[in-house]
Design a protein around this ligand. Structure first.
Ligand SMILES: NC(=O)c1ccc[n+]([C@@H]2O[C@H](COP(=O)([O-])OP(=O)(O)OC[C@H]3O[C@@H](n4cnc5c(N)ncnc54)[C@H](O)[C@@H]3O)[C@@H](O)[C@H]2O)c1
Length: 294
């Protein structure tokens, strides 16, 4: 028998119609929660509400429009009789512009989607969480918040902002027994990559399968990251098991950020091999020879 760790809890999940948000709706419902699923995608959202009739209510919501976000959060509390958890997760790749070709409109839209919505969501959720004697807010950040090389500039900056917002907000919210934490996903096979490449919905779905197949070799753990991996982290942060955690983040990346590739892949070249003019195999043979007893 699985434990219903969210029994009686009510959650709002944004970006709930696809990928990480969708997997988290499924996981939270399995754990006993009732969920308001907020997203732009009406057809997928309504299908989700039908699939979990009674436990999931769908509301179309553009999280960049603060009035719509407030309506979704207030609506969840009104519909289910209170609110315990907010998972601010909606997102997309945003503007691809670099430093010099600054794209002002794209910058504002990307920050509104990835960072402003997180701040506004927390603001609107707090009175409801306080009314329940406390609660949990979870924000989706990204490995691109930690290092360069994983995502476009504006996206990465917004995701770093999400981490710092989470820390600073935690200080204000802790006395109210409201915990706020972030998740730092690595490479997760979802539609987000199709969106960045401007693919149609059908092409994006096929592309997700390709990513799931191919991305295993990019991760030290040797398998691809799936939306369910992030949903498990969200479930933990939402639950009382994480009752002593606030203002911090969980990195769920299959080891992607533990170090450069040569740290975990014996066949990859690294600075040592380059500087010494050896292949990774020659360096390994040298080490093994030196370690032989006698
Ligand atoms: N997939 C990854 O590798 C990865 C890695 C790190 C972080 N993330 C983050 O995870 C979150 C979820 O993305 P995903 O990978 O599941 O992608 P996804 O495309 O599968 O899901 C994103 C969802 O957000 C919704 N959405 C987009 N803009 C919205 C808006 N303005 N209002 C409401 N909903 C909106 C989309 O309709 C979609 O259903 C995002 O914040 C993303 O930046 C993803």
């Amino acid at each position: 028998m699985t434990t219903q760790v969210l029994d009686g809890k009510v959650a709002v999940i944004t970006g709930a119609a696809s990928g990480i948000g969708l997997a988290t709706v499924e996981r939270f419902v399995e754990a006993g929660a009732r969920v308001l699923a907020a997203d732009l995608q009406v057809e997928a959202g309504e299908a989700l509400a039908q699939r979990f009739a009674g436990a999931v209510k769908f509301q179309r919501c553009d999280v960049t429009q603060t009035a719509q976000l407030r309506a979704a959060i207030d609506g969840a509390a009104a519909h289910f009789g209170g609110l315990d958890i907010l998972f601010s997760n909606a997102g997309a790749g945003g503007t691809l512009a670099g430093v010099e070709n600054f794209d002002e409109a794209g910058w504002d839209a990307t920050q509104a989607l990835l960072l402003k919505s997180v701040a506004a969501g927390a603001a609107y959720a707090v009175p409801h969480l306080r009314a329940r004697g406390g609660g949990s807010i979870i924000n989706t950040s990204s490995v691109s918040a930690l290092q360069a090389g994983y995502a476009p500039l504006c996206y990465s900056v917004a995701k770093a902002g999400v981490l710092h917002f989470t820390r600073v907000a935690a200080a204000e919210l802790a006395p109210q027994r409201i915990r706020i934490n972030a998740i730092v996903p690595g490479f997760i096979a979802t539609n987000i990559f199709g969106g960045i490449m401007n693919l149609s919905a059908e092409q994006a779905r096929a592309f997700v399968d390709q990513i799931a197949e191919r991305s295993g070799s990019a991760n030290p753990v040797g398998r691809s990251g799936l939306p369910r991996d992030i949903a498990e982290a969200a479930l933990f942060l939402a639950s009382d098991a994480a009752g002593f955690m606030t203002g911090t983040h969980l990195t769920v990346d299959g080891g992607l950020t533990i170090g450069p590739r040569h740290a975990w892949d014996l066949n990859a070249a690294g600075p040592m091999t380059d500087v010494m003019g050896l292949s990774p195999q020659e360096l390994r043979a040298l080490r093994e020879a030196r370690m032989k007893p006698g």
